[in-house]
Design a protein around this ligand. Sequence first.
Ligand code: 5GP
Length: 196
Amino acid sequence: MNFLEKKICDEGVVLSSTVLKVDSFLNHQIDPEFMQQIGREIANRFQSEGITKIVTIESSGIAPAVFAGLELKVPVLFARKKKSLTLTEDLLTSTVYSFTKQEKNGISVSKKFVQSGDNVLIIDDFLAHGEAALGLADLVTKADAHIAGFGIVIEKSFQVGRRKLEEEGYRVESIARVKEMSTNGISFIQSEVMSS
Ligand code: 5GP
């Protein structure tokens, strides 16, 4: 079991066969040292790719993205889900459907922060149906930037997200891949970690 799989088993709460709660270190309270280890692991996997920018989505993608950005020494841009009064520049926008909240959200970033010539690593906390990931990919594509791949903290492999991204030709790196879960336990698809 890798360090994240162990943490999920120790602290995660399976709310149903499809929803995992990890509020103690990722989605509500953040464990900074642990998140740094996650960021380092994602960064290691894309170290040789010449990443120039990380793009994520508020709010739970920000912590792993910032630590990966610290390792790769690149800026981290987060897409906003709500219109901000201070976000007045030219915007790139897309729409994301949330299966957990059963609602559509517009997401946006300022054009000036992601440009053609950028080689982007997209990071998010969970990969489920792939909606958030594809929405972020849409923003980056609209900026004419290149997508080097996706760094995901927890992938629910029994849902269609990975398949959708791979069908589009994207590289997907997930630190933990949940194969199956129930209130009796969680099983993982073995994933090797590069950092200790
Ligand atoms: P997707 O767009 O791939 O269907 O879902 C990704 C987004 O939904 C993530 O950014 C995450 O916020 C949320 N999400 C999906 N599944 C789960 C889950 O099992 N637990 C938690 N905490 N968030 C989830």
